[in-house]
Design a protein around this ligand. Sequence first.
Ligand code: HEC
Ligand code: HEC
Ligand code: HEC
Ligand code: HEC
Ligand code: HEC
Ligand code: HEC
Ligand code: HEC
Ligand code: HEC
Length: 511
Amino acid sequence: MKKTLTAGLSVAAIASAAFAGNLDSNPNYVKLKNFHPKGVSNSQCLMCHKTMDPGIVADWEHSKHAKAGVGCVQCHVVPKDYPTAFKTHPYQGANWTVQIAVSSVTCAKCHAKEVKEFLNSGHARAGVQWLAGNGSKHGYLMSKLAYNYESLKGNNPSLNGVSGAKMDKGIRTDGSVYNAEQKTPRIANLNVANTCIQCHGTTIKLNKNGVPDATTWPNDGMASVYPDGGVSSCTACHSRHTFSAAEARQPAACENCHLGPDHPDKEIFESSVHGHIFETNQQYYNFSTGKQIPDKTLRAPTCFTCHMSGINGLHATHNVSLRLKWNLWAPKSFLRTGGHETAGWAFWNGGGKIINGKTITRGNAKAGNPNGPEAARAQMEKVCATCHEVTFIKNYFQRVDAAVNVYNQYRAFANKMMKNLKAKGLIRADVWSDPFFKLYYYLWHHEGRRFRQGAAMGSPDYAHWHGVFEVMQDIREMNDIYNYRMRMLKKYGSAKKVLENEPPMPVVTHE
Ligand code: HEC
Ligand code: HEC
Ligand code: HEC
Ligand code: HEC
Ligand code: HEC
Ligand code: HEC
Ligand code: HEC
Ligand code: HEC
């Protein structure tokens, strides 16, 4: 075991040396890297934990880590004064104890390349971008949605520095059905822990003994931020404690988050020709290797092939934004001209401090390929070129770009109407009770994304029936409401009266 450990670690050490530069900006990383606990071995951990946690130990025993001599100690043992130290663990040494919350700072000791690439990717902002309160209108609106509408936090004093009163503004108070939980912020927090953060991640909070709080942990969300400055749950794709690459190469490793009405990448993939081939030709797929060899390890691409793999001479990468030309989730699509993502680095560099606007930031929605959107597209085309020819690929992407353009035009119509209504006071204060606003939201957040992502990944059903068809319906319904409100404004001469006298207009949720 000792011998393999040295061999395994020296390979990892080379990788760290080549990429260590920027990661060293986090003092906790430097501390952990140079920490050598005395008098502790894996077999000591197993003494108790083999019977306490047979599932965890069995997973670990099947992992490549176990074979390389990377055990409980390498990931869970930290200095006693480390920010995530579990101070009341029954078994401790003179200079060490264990950590329950293990962040990517620990992984970076041996996997600097992957951690760095992850920090450069759009995934790295998943946890903080919607919690970024001050200085970020967008983050503020998302926090408000999660806490004040869906969990109805009510008179909570503040969230990330935004006052409770401000957070409450615009919420209906004219009936008890709008007040699911007014008094206890804790209940709202616990409920939010079931929702957004399980996909996005959150700020992991520990009590003074290093035990994580139930409002934040357990959590496999994409980019939780930890008290030691670590960003990500590497476990989002590599479930613990096998930490297998083969598992992460399966589409299922992406599909537990990338599905549903607002980003149905699972459903899009399954209804594409590539998905059909994957479902019917399993014998051609070998996920135990990253090598992408047609008819030996795959017949058609899966998620990781296109977005991450080292196919056709490309570098394998943990930066899923590197091959994206457009931003397809934003209300209006734009080219990804912004270089690398910044939100993860801001937190990493801060070493775990929580300062809104400084270490908790909205990030860089334009993050993509540092050489620009056309370089991103060229990389994606290189993926296709493994199995398709030039005319096929060029024609295909002309159609993708056209879909983005058509969507942006619909979005511009919607925006113009919204602006006019707002200017005249014709949008209700509680936007989630306003039929026009709801359509406006579905148009970009659900249907518009389905339209664009369906076209980009070859699913005609999502590009059309769940996509542009629904967008077309939205725009007509919105136009009707718009004309009606403008007409009534002429009649009543008061926006308030228009909204008060408006008959209920149920909006069909376009699934
Ligand atoms: C003498 C028995 C014993 C030994 C040896 C031991 N542990 Fe533990 N460990 C426990 C007990 C008991 C708990 C539960 C304590 C609690 O939650 O307050 C625990 C809890 C933990 C937890 C937190 C689990 C959770 O979610 O509550 C981790 C992580 C952990 N141990 C890791 C280790 C590592 C790593 C080692 C080896 C360095 C180790 N333990 C050695 C008994 C032991
Ligand atoms: C490669 C690193 C790594 C190794 C090796 C490792 N762990 Fe973990 N462990 C983690 C990570 C990451 C988490 C999740 C932490 C988080 O979500 O913040 C975790 C979580 C845990 C938990 C709490 C989760 C639960 O389901 O209760 C326990 C207990 C635990 N590990 C015990 C062990 C034991 C015992 C060993 C040795 C057999 C071990 N770990 C080896 C990285 C590791
Ligand atoms: C002490 C060094 C060390 C630490 C800490 C460490 N690893 Fe590893 N890891 C290794 C080594 C060595 C290998 C290579 C094993 C092999 O290829 O045989 C490896 C392999 C892997 C693999 C590839 C497994 C496969 O199936 O090919 C993944 C994924 C991985 N580690 C994830 C993690 C994550 C996530 C963390 C943090 C929670 C982590 N590691 C912490 C040393 C480490
Ligand atoms: C734990 C949930 C989760 C898993 C698993 C997951 N993702 Fe994501 N992904 C997210 C979230 C959340 C975002 C949005 C990040 C943001 O912009 O805040 C995202 C964004 C993305 C983006 C867009 C990034 C950008 O720059 O806008 C791509 C591409 C992507 N994921 C691909 C993948 C692939 C491929 C896999 C599997 C190998 C995967 N994801 C697994 C949650 C997940
Ligand atoms: C099922 C997993 C899941 C849940 C639950 C979820 N999201 Fe997301 N979210 C994603 C994924 C995946 C993306 C990326 C979509 C894309 O790239 O097209 C995303 C994108 C986003 C974005 C746009 C990216 C950015 O950087 O601005 C925001 C904001 C967002 N989510 C906030 C939230 C909030 C707030 C909640 C809870 C009210 C929530 N999400 C619930 C998976 C989820
Ligand atoms: C979005 C899903 C996803 C996330 C999140 C993720 N990985 Fe991976 N990881 C993969 C995939 C897919 C592969 C296989 C890549 C390949 O074969 O080219 C992989 C492979 C690896 C490997 C093996 C590399 C090799 O050359 O054999 C290591 C080590 C690793 N990941 C570490 C990490 C660490 C550390 C983190 C957290 C910073 C992390 N991963 C987060 C999907 C992910
Ligand atoms: C055939 C290659 C291919 C496969 C397979 C594939 N994608 Fe994509 N994906 C693309 C392309 C091309 C784009 C659009 C890139 C651009 O902006 O030009 C895209 C866009 C995305 C986006 C939108 C990012 C944004 O800007 O909002 C997400 C998220 C995503 N893919 C996730 C996935 C997931 C998850 C899977 C598997 C279920 C998957 N992809 C399978 C090629 C692929
Ligand atoms: C590993 C090989 C492989 C890769 C890589 C690959 N494809 Fe495919 N693709 C296939 C196979 C096989 C088919 C099925 C051909 C058929 O329909 O008879 C297919 C079918 C398609 C189809 C539908 C068939 C048609 O004639 O309309 C489209 C569109 C497509 N691929 C686009 C792409 C794009 C775009 C990329 C890159 C982002 C890509 N493919 C990458 C293997 C691949």
